[in-house]
Design a binder for this molecule. Structure first.
Ligand SMILES: [Ca+2]
Length: 198
């Protein structure tokens, strides 16, 4: 009788032990699956948000291209409001662009034509270049030294750039056939904002 009782006790202990051991693993995979599903959903939501933002950017760019024009695959949009270089640059950055800076004679001609049509025949627009960091070294808005230059060297208004340390910004002039002049950065000029097509 005694041994039977021990056997029953051992059996019960084993059962309790087994059920204790088995119980948690049954729940764990479920929790894991839930977590994985949530992570998967989160990833999908992130992807959708990313796609949506890209679409919004593309749509905004389409609007810019429709309102403005395209120059070598870049969308440009003129703003006739006269502002200092810094204000014009910041306003353009806020729209996701940079002040236009032609990198070839062809681009320069197209920008000049667009400036004449959109702002005015003899108007000027800020270029997205300056020599604030190192006098005489003109850099674009990424800080890279520019390769293409179109300074007015005819001498009618002095050989450009001629302003030294007092003139660290530059304009493209419609009146001077698209030639460039250095000017005081706080002068107020129209501008053309340039957007890279995604
Ligand atoms: Ca200068």
């Amino acid at each position: 009788m005694e041994s039977k009782g021990v056997c029953v006790l051992v059996l019960m202990l084993m059962l309790v032990h087994c059920s204790l051991q088995q119980a948690p693993p049954k729940k764990k995979p479920v929790r894991k699956d839930n977590n994985a599903a949530i992570e998967d959903l989160q990833r999908q939501i992130n992807d959708i948000v990313q796609d949506l933002n890209l679409l919004k950017e593309e749509q905004a760019l389409q609007r810019v291209c429709l309102k403005g024009t395209k120059i070598n695959g870049k969308c440009v949009l003129a703003n006739p409001a006269k502002k200092s270089y810094h204000t014009a640059s910041e306003d353009c950055n806020a729209l996701g662009g940079v002040l236009a800076a032609p990198t070839s004679a062809d681009e320069n001609d197209l920008l000049r034509d667009y400036l004449r049509l959109s702002v005015g025949r003899d108007e000027q627009v800020w270029l997205g270049i300056n020599d604030m960091v190192t006098e005489g070294t003109w850099a674009d808005q990424s800080g890279a030294s520019i390769q293409f230059k179109n300074w007015d060297t005819s001498g009618s208004r002095g050989r450009q750039p001629d302003g030294g340390q007092s003139q660290n910004c530059a304009v493209l002039s419609g009146a001077a056939q698209g030639k460039w002049f250095d000017e005081k950065c706080r002068d107020e000029k129209a501008s053309v904002c340039q957007f890279n097509v995604v």
